[in-house]
Design a protein around this ligand. Structure first.
Ligand SMILES: [Zn+2]
Length: 608
């Protein structure tokens, strides 16, 4: 019905659009700005922050006032609030198609994934006003298009309270970290359990931003810095994206922030909280459960912003605002290079080249022992005995003290894999296949059954923590590679890796990757034993096996000696023989996903 109306109205719509596209923005002088254009934070001298309704209404008014902005929504939250999106474009590229056609780089700025950490939202509302209403910063749209998510976790934002963040210095009331289903969206990017993540991924796949900025507030130790940051400068992104982030982006943004009075440091923690002179350790490249790690897995530049929680709220808004202005200036200046880097990265990811160019995809990282001397801007602190903890507690003074220390910031790859030509996922693993689809990973299905030589793996020592994580029961395991000939049914999903989303697929499907589907518990059922034998059936069989298989006897006796729990448990002792008998399930603990390394075999697969 809507479609028909749109067709009939085409001439009028076209006329209106043409008129609108040609409209020049008119600006209000900043010194005569009506009060309605001041945010709640500004009106309360940064004592407070506004509600969801106020932010949405502010964005709608911005879009109604300026021809350079559109307000839209990109999905619904768990409590069915609309997820707000403000689109800024002086060339009026207000659709994903138009933005992708444009030569201009596209920047996505996200706020309030952790709603208590809301300075990014207030900074963005002010910044958008300066671009659209007063025109003071209209130049930031000269060579860039910008998407702003003012509040991502909208339900958490509306769970406002005075006591939501003990570590944080204002605003007075703030939102709650988790969603209405108590999930942390900043752990959900790869496993996609929250409806908000599904909506976000759709936005991400359709718009395909080049640079992603995620605004947070830090926790932890106290110090003189205003902004901690983590950016895609390491092996987690293709080298061209890392080079742009380091040489074109951070190289100008960080000095400008320093010059404006906001000291910055890579997101890092003291080796010894009582003595920062022992060294500061930066965070290793983020895994793709995190927003900025996910952008990296999609070959995009990203920046995690963490303003210091102990700073007054107004100061944190100023720091974030300054950073966003400088970031957009850098993108306006060096956006063509960013676009080129991202395009190259997509093309090389299609060949799944690793950052080191050695054909491997790096999946896990740590910070190496390499360090450099630097001056750490500390606060004087005292450690005193605590009768509460029985340990010592650190108390910070407000006295700044600059101390010589070491900064550990060089990442090291601890797990990399040579990717196969394709993965094969049997169709019954529908939850996993649905995730691939949400991530925009290109797949096809087998039109008929095939038998293939593949690599896979067998799991052992599977254990679970006695608690859940993000609502999931996470297994720990050892994996041993296998090579075998395996049958795959028609409908099996084939994931070829010659595609831009190759790294995302590898992260999902290599079991040892930190955020793999196996690690998040999608395959827990394969670790369960479905059949067994009654003792009176198994006992004579076990006796016979002991008598005829000396190696098995040795293994049994060894386990009796070394594993006390095993020795004390009759059922486990009997099951030992069941698991070594012909009745044992060969599929138990065997990874259902196959790695096909033969590119020619991939080409010959029957496609649905
Ligand atoms: Zn956060």
């Amino acid at each position: 019905m809507l479609k028909r109306a749109a067709v009939l109205a085409t001439p009028i719509v076209t006329l209106l659009l043409t008129a609108c596209q040609g409209a020049r923005p008119t600006y209000v002088p900043a010194d005569r700005l009506p009060d309605e254009w001041r945010t709640t934070a500004e009106r309360t001298a940064y004592e407070e922050t506004g509600t969801y309704a106020e932010a949405a209404s502010f964005c709608k008014r911005l879009a109604a006032t300026s021809p350079d902005a559109r307000y839209t929504t990109f999905g619904l939250s768990g409590e069915e609030r609309e997820l707000p999106l403000l689109i800024l474009s002086s060339e009026r590229a207000f659709t994903p198609q138009a933005a992708r056609r444009s030569d201009r780089p596209l920047v996505l700025i996200q706020n309030c994934i952790h709603p208590g950490e809301c300075e990014g939202k207030d900074a963005c509302l002010e910044l958008a006003r300066e671009i659209l209403v007063t025109g003071q910063r209209a130049g930031l749209l000269a060579h860039a298009n910008v998407l702003i998510i003012p509040i991502y976790n909208v339900d958490g934002h509306e769970r406002r309270g005075l006591y939501n963040r003990a570590n944080q210095n204002g605003p007075r009331e703030m939102g709650w970290r988790a969603t209405a289903t108590n999930l942390d969206l900043n752990r959900d990017y790869l496993k996609v359990d929250a409806v908000e993540t599904r909506a976000w991924l759709h936005l991400w796949q359709t718009w395909q931003p080049d640079l992603f900025i995620d605004d947070h507030t830090t926790d932890g130790h106290d110090h003189q810095y205003s902004v901690f940051y983590a950016a895609t400068t390491g092996p987690e992104v293709p080298p061209e994206v890392a080079a742009w982030t380091r040489d074109r982006f951070l190289a100008t943004v960080l000095p400008a922030l320093e010059a404006a009075g906001f000291a910055t440091l890579p997101y890092s923690f003291p080796r010894n909280v009582k003595n920062p002179a022992e060294g500061m350790v930066a965070t290793a490249p983020m895994s793709p459960r995190f927003s900025t790690g996910y952008a990296a897995a999609c070959n995009r530049a990203s920046l995690l912003v963490e303003t210091h929680a102990r700073l007054p709220y107004g100061r944190r808004v100023r720091a974030t605002h300054e950073l966003l202005v400088r970031a957009l200036e850098a993108v306006n200046r060096d956006g063509a290079e960013l676009r080129r880097a991202v395009r190259e990265a997509d093309a090389t990811a299609a060949r799944t080249r690793g950052a080191a160019g050695d054909g491997q995809v790096p999946l896990r990282f740590e910070i190496s022992d390499v360090s450099r001397r630097f001056v750490y801007k500390a606060l004087e602190l005292h450690a005193r005995p605590s009768e509460i903890t029985g340990d010592e507690v650190v108390e910070y003074t407000r006295t700044p003290v600059d101390i010589e220390s070491n900064l550990y910031e060089q990442p090291r790859v601890t797990l990399a894999v040579a990717p196969p030509a394709a993965y094969l996922i049997p169709p019954q693993w529908a939850d996993v296949i649905a995730r691939l689809d949400l991530h925009g990973v290109r797949c096809f299905r087998l039109a008929s059954p095939v038998t293939l030589d593949i690599e896979s793996c067998r799991f052992a020592d599977v254990k679970y923590e006695p608690w859940t994580s993000q609502g999931r029961l996470l297994p720990s395991f050892k994996s041993t590679p296998t090579r075998e000939r395996r049958d795959f049914v028609a409908g099996t999903v084939v994931v070829p890796l010659d595609q831009p989303r190759a790294r995302v697929a590898v992260h999902l499907l290599e079991p040892d990757a930190p955020d793999s589907c196996v690690a998040w518990g999608f395959f827990n059922a394969i670790f369960e034993q479905r059949e067994n034998a009654e003792a009176y059936i198994m006992e004579p069989l076990a006796q016979q096996m002991l008598a005829t298989d000396p190696t098995l006897r040795q293994e049994f006796e060894e386990q009796l000696k070394t594993d006390e729990a095993f020795a004390k448990e009759p059922w486990r002792r009997l099951n030992f023989f069941y698991l070594h008998s012909r009745y044992a399930d060969p599929r138990k603990d065997l990874y259902p996903v196959g790695r096909l390394t033969d590119a020619e075999a991939l080409r010959q697969l029957p496609r649905e």
